[in-house]
Design a protein around this ligand. Structure first.
Ligand code: SF4
Ligand code: SF4
Length: 156
C-alpha cells in the first residue's frame, strides 16, 4: 500500500515537472517570437525532417524560405530550432522531395492539419479559402433565396 502511494506521488511529481517545463518552453517561445514580431496562428504543432529523404547538399531551399530562421544547416543536415517554428508550411511547399518535412498543427478551433508533400499545401490553402468564402457569403446571404433574389431572379 505504502509502495503504491509512493508510486502515485512520484508520477504526480513527474507530471508536475512535465507541465512546468511545457509552460517554460511556451514562455520562451512566445518571448522569441515576440522579439521577431512574428504572430502565431496555431495553438500547437510539430515538425520533423527525415534526413534520409532530404537532399540538403544540393538544395537547402527550406532554409532560405523559412520566415523565422528556424531552419539551419549543421554537420551536413538541416536542423530545426523548434521554438522558432510557427508551422506555416513554407518549407514543405519549397521542398524538392515528398515526405521529407512533416508538419502537424492544431488551430484554435480544434481542427488539425497534417502535410508532408509540396502539393498538399496549395490544396490546403484552397480548402481554407473556400471555407472562408462560403462563410462570407453565408454572413451576407444567410438564405440561398436571398442570394437568388438579389443576383439571379431579377434578370429573368
Ligand atoms: S513551418 Fe514555417 S516556420 Fe516552421 S520551419 Fe517551416 S518555414 Fe520555418
Ligand atoms: S527543401 Fe527539403 S530536400 Fe531541400 S534541404 Fe530542405 S528538407 Fe532537404
Amino acid at each position: 500500500m505504502a509502495k503504491k502511494a509512493r508510486d502515485n506521488s512520484s508520477s504526480d511529481i513527474f507530471s508536475m515537472l512535465l507541465e512546468t517545463s511545457k509552460k517554460e518552453e511556451k514562455k520562451k517561445r512566445a518571448g522569441l517570437l515576440k522579439q521577431l514580431g512574428v504572430k502565431e496562428f496555431f495553438v500547437e504543432g510539430s515538425i520533423r525532417i527525415d534526413s534520409k529523404v532530404c537532399r540538403g547538399l544540393e538544395c537547402k531551399l527550406c532554409i532560405d524560405i523559412c520566415p523565422t530562421n528556424a531552419l539551419y544547416w549543421q554537420r551536413g543536415k538541416v536542423k530545426i530550432t523548434e521554438e522558432l517554428c510557427i508551422y506555416c508550411g513554407a518549407c514543405v511547399l519549397a521542398c524538392i522531395v515528398d515526405d521529407c518535412i512533416f508538419i502537424e498543427r492544431k488551430r484554435s478551433t480544434g481542427e488539425t492539419e497534417k502535410f508532408s508533400k509540396p502539393n498538399e499545401v496549395p490544396k490546403l490553402f484552397n480548402s481554407i479559402n473556400g471555407k472562408k468564402r462560403r462563410e462570407r457569403v453565408k454572413s451576407i446571404f444567410p438564405r440561398v433565396e436571398a442570394y437568388l433574389e438579389r443576383y439571379l431572379l431579377h434578370f429573368s
